[in-house]
Design a protein around this ligand. Structure first.
Ligand SMILES: Nc1nc2c(ncn2[C@@H]2O[C@H](COP(=O)(O)OP(=O)(O)OP(=O)(O)O)[C@@H](O)[C@H]2O)c(=O)[nH]1
Ligand SMILES: [Mg+2]
Length: 420
C-alpha cells in the first residue's frame, strides 16, 4: 500500500541523559539528534536533559523528571519524544503510559531516514530487514497503533512502503528478505572478485556522515552522487574509476557515513555494503575539519572500522572543508594515519596533491621486483599486465624480462621466476 509521508509532521521533544561519561557531551548529542529528526521530517519543539548516573532501568528518566516532561509536552503541543539512547521494550512502554505520548529513539529515526533514502535493491532489503528486526524487539502498543494509523517516524519502509506490523507476518517477511539478501550478496561478491582480479587498486572513502565523501568522489571522478547538507545523504555504494596523470587507474568507492551510537544491528544489516571497506586497499578518511567535534567524530570512525574488521587498513586522513573560516587550529597529524593532509572537496584545493599521495601509498605497498618469465610460461603475462606496474620490459633469449611493482600476492606467484 502506498501513501504519502508528508501527511503528518511530528512535533517532537528530544530527551537525553547526561551521565557525565561518553566522548560527546549530551548537548552536542542532542544537536546531532535534532539534525536526524529534521532529516526524518519531524519538527523539533524542545529538548530536555536529565543529569543522572545511569538511566532508570524501568522508566529511563526519573519520576520527577517524567512529571516535568509531561507538562512540557502539553506546553509545546508535542506529539512524541525522541530519546537519544537505546531504550528497551519495558522502558518504552512505561514511558508511553506515563507520558501518554509516542516514544521513539535515535535508532528508530536513523532507520526511518535510511528507509527514505534507500535507492538500490540491496539498500532497500537491508533497511527493511533492520527495521523489522528492530520492530520485533522494540515496537510496543503505541508504536504499533501509530503504524496502523499510518503516519510518522518508524512506520514507513523503504520506497514509501508501509512497514509490516503484524508479528506473524514480520517473521515470514524477515526470512524472505534474508534469502533475497543472500542472493544480492552473492552477486556482489562475484562483482568484487572480478574487480580484485583486475588488480586495480580500490580506495574507499570513509568518514563521519556529512564529512564530504560524496563531494570528494564527485570532484575526483566527475561522478554525479547526491551530496547535500543532510545526514546520511549516501546509503548506496558507488564505485568510479580515476586515471591519474601517470596513467595509473584507481577505483574510488563512496559509501554510507558513520555516526555515533550506530547500533550494532544496523552495522550488521549494512554488512554487505560496508564489506567494500574491508576489501579496499587503502582508506581515505574524510574529516569535516570545520566541525568542533571533529576529534570525537574521528574516534567514532575508527571504532566503527574496528567493528567492521578493517582496523588494519592503511589510512590517509584528509581534513576537508578547509575553505571555511571557522576552523579551530591547529589541525593535528592523525597518529592512526600514514599521512594527514588538508583539502577542500568543494573548491578542489589540494585534491590533486591528495591523489598523488594516494598513489604514493599504493605504491609503497607494492614491492619492486625483477622477473624472467620463460616463453613457456606465457600465461603469467596476463597476470603481470593486469596487476603490476611495469617499469621495464625486455625480450631476452631465455624469456621475458620485467622490472615491476607487484603486490604481495602477485609477488608470491612470480617467486620462482625472480632474478637479481
Ligand atoms: N565548505 C565546504 N563544504 C563542503 C566541502 N565538502 C563537502 N561540503 C558540503 O558538506 C555537505 C555534505 O557533503 P557530502 O559530500 O554529502 O557528505 P558525505 O560525507 O557524503 O555525507 P553522507 O553521505 O551524508 O554520509 C554538503 O552540503 C557539501 O556541499 C568542502 O570542502 N567545503
Ligand atoms: Mg555521501
Amino acid at each position: 500500500m502506498l501513501y504519502s509521508t508528508e501527511k503528518e509532521t511530528e512535533r517532537v521533544v528530544l530527551v537525553g541523559i547526561d551521565t557525565g561519561e561518553g566522548q560527546f557531551d549530551t548537548e552536542s548529542c542532542l544537536d546531532e539528534l535534532a539534525e536526524l529528526a529534521r532529516t526524518a521530517g519531524a519538527e523539533v519543539v524542545g529538548r530536555l536533559i536529565q543529569k543522572r548516573e545511569a538511566p532508570n532501568k524501568a522508566t529511563y528518566l526519573g519520576k520527577g523528571k517524567i512529571e516535568e516532561l509531561k507538562a512540557y509536552l502539553e506546553f509545546t503541543e508535542a506529539t512524541g519524544i525522541i530519546c537519544d539512547d537505546e531504550l528497551n521494550q519495558n522502558q518504552i512502554r512505561n514511558l508511553e503510559n506515563a507520558l501518554d505520548t509516542k516514544v521513539m529513539n535515535r535508532t528508530l529515526v536513523i532507520l526511518d531516514i535510511f528507509a527514505k533514502r534507500a535507492g538500490s535493491a540491496e539498500g532497500k532489503v537491508q533497511v527493511e530487514l533492520a527495521q523489522l528486526k528492530y520492530n520485533m524487539a522494540h515496537l510496543t502498543g503505541r508504536g504499533i497503533e501509530m503504524s496502523r494509523l499510518g503516519g510518522g517516524i518508524g512506520t514507513r519502509g523503504p520506497g514509501e512502503k508501509k512497514l509490516e506490523t503484524d508479528r506473524r507476518n514480520i517473521a515470514d517477511r524477515i526470512s524472505d528478505l534474508n534469502k533475497e539478501l543472500k542472493e544480492i550478496e552473492n552477486h556482489r561478491s562475484v562483482l568484487r572478485e572480478k574487480r580484485l582480479e583486475s588488480k586495480i587498486p580500490v580506495i574507499a572513502l570513509v568518514g563521519y556522515t556529512n564529512a564530504g565523501k560524496s563531494t570528494l568522489l564527485n570532484i575526483l571522478t566527475g561522478a554525479d552522487v547526491l551530496a547535500e547538507d543532510k545526514l546520511f545523504a549516501t546509503l548506496d555504494t558507488t564505485t568510479r574509476s580515476v586515471e591519474t596523470e601517470s596513467g595509473a587507474k584507481y577505483l574510488f568507492t563512496d559509501t554510507v557515513g558513520f555516526i555515533q551510537k550506530l547500533p550494532h544491528n544496523l552495522i550488521k544489516a549494512f554488512r554487505a555494503t560496508l564489506e567494500e571497506v574491508r576489501y579496499a586497499d587503502i582508506l581515505i578518511h574524510v574529516v569535516d575539519a570545520s566541525n568542533p567535534k571533529r576529534q570525537e567524530q574521528m574516534n567514532v570512525v575508527y571504532d566503527t572500522l574496528k567493528e567492521l574488521g578493517a582496523e588494519d587498513k592503511p589510512v590517509l586522513t584528509v581534513y576537508n572543508k578547509t575553505d571555511r573560516e571557522n576552523i579551530e587550529l591547529p589541525l593535528l597529524k592523525d597518529s592512526r594515519a600514514l599521512a594527514t593532509m588538508s583539502i577542500s572537496a568543494l573548491t578542489g584545493k589540494n585534491v590533486a596533491e591528495m591523489l598523488e599521495k594516494t598513489e604514493e601509498i599504493v605504491k609503497s605497498f607494492k614491492k619492486s621486483i625483477s622477473v624472467l618469465i620463460p616463453y613457456s610460461e606465457g600465461r603469467l603475462l596476463g597476470i603481470i599486465h593486469g596487476s603490476c606496474e611495469i617499469i621495464k620490459n625486455e625480450m631476452r633469449a631465455e624469456g621475458y624480462y620485467f622490472e615491476l611493482y607487484a603486490d604481495s600476492e602477485t609477488e608470491n606467484r612470480l617467486k620462482s621466476f625472480t632474478v637479481q
